[in-house]
Design a protein around this ligand. Structure first.
Ligand SMILES: NC(=O)c1ccc[n+]([C@@H]2O[C@H](COP(=O)([O-])OP(=O)(O)OC[C@H]3O[C@@H](n4cnc5c(N)ncnc54)[C@H](O)[C@@H]3O)[C@@H](O)[C@H]2O)c1
Length: 253
């Protein structure tokens, strides 16, 4: 699909990977709908994109909330037209071990609220936004592409029961939707980033980040535009659906 003049919704678009994806698709002519939590962050993202000549509009949303998502997608359709693309990128981490024991006594456990919060945003959010996007694509009678952002952690990662489970689920949605929606001309794809330099990774301990960078075969963290390039490939390649692109510098957890 050529994204020129097409409406593409990008969740978590105010910063990090979502912003880089908006920049790349926007430069290819897409009209980007940025969906994020904070009106302030969205305004500054829209201003930066507009300064680069990109058509962008802001939509405040909590992807984990059904009504909020339905409202945001209805607003997009009203202000910009029905979406042809949707990049489900919004995500959070809330790391912790399942249990932590000392001398046979369990001192700490992952709380249900930590589990639920991450599942709500990272998996239910993808379901809710994907459902609205698919509905608009099919009812508009035009082709569409849904890209879900997973993670290298989907294979299972220490301290990330919640995040790893959600990110594995995200790719299962891509495969399921690829099969279900092909008949309507809607394709899907997952991008699974490794460690990329964004605010999310900036919150990790610097010594941890150095260790990670040293363990990557390409010996560095990725840049947000590396992920945006993978997303753009899925949009462009009309024989790609239900599959995953791993963009991680060759790292395996
Ligand atoms: N940065 C990495 O190394 C990396 C690696 C693998 C996967 N990922 C995934 O890529 C995606 C983007 O990561 P990032 O590094 O840009 O993160 P980030 O924290 O820099 O940006 C995430 C954006 O999502 C928004 N967001 C969070 N919860 C939301 C909600 N409930 N509703 C709407 N918006 C919400 C935030 O406000 C923020 O603008 C995430 O899904 C993340 O899990 C990132």
């Amino acid at each position: 699909m050529q994204v020129d003049k097409k409406v593409v919704a990008i969740t978590g678009g105010a910063r990090g990977l979502g912003f880089a994806i908006a920049q790349r698709l926007g430069k290819q002519g897409a009209q980007v709908a940025l969906l994020d939590m904070s009106a302030e962050a969205l305004d500054s993202a829209v201003s930066s994109l507009s300064a680069e000549g990109i058509a962008a509009q802001a939509f405040v949303v909590n992807v984990a909330d059904e009504q909020s998502v339905q409202r945001a997608f209805a607003d997009i359709a009203e202000r910009m037209g029905p979406v042809s693309g949707c990049v489900n990128n919004a995500g959070i981490t809330d790391d912790g071990l399942l249990i932590k024991a000392k001398e046979g006594v369990v001192e700490k456990r992952m709380t249900l609220s930590s589990w639920q919060r991450v599942l709500d945003v990272n998996l239910t959010g993808v379901f809710l936004c994907g459902r609205e996007a698919a509905t608009q694509m099919v009812e508009a009678g035009h082709e569409g592409v849904i890209v879900n952002i997973s993670s290298i952690s989907r294979a299972g990662n220490m301290g990330q029961s919640n995040y790893a489970a959600a990110k594995a689920g995200v790719h299962a949605l891509t495969v399921t939707w690829g099969k279900e929606l092909a008949r309507y001309g809607v394709r899907t794809g997952t991008v699974a980033p490794g460690f990329i330099e964004t605010e999310m990774t900036a919150s990790m301990r610097p010594d941890m980040l150095e260790k990670i960078a040293a363990s990557v075969p390409l010996k560095q963290l990725g840049e947000p535009d590396h992920i945006a390039q993978s997303v753009a490939f899925i949009f462009e390649n009309d024989y790609f659906t239900a599959r995953i692109i791993e963009c991680d510098g060759g790292l395996r957890l």
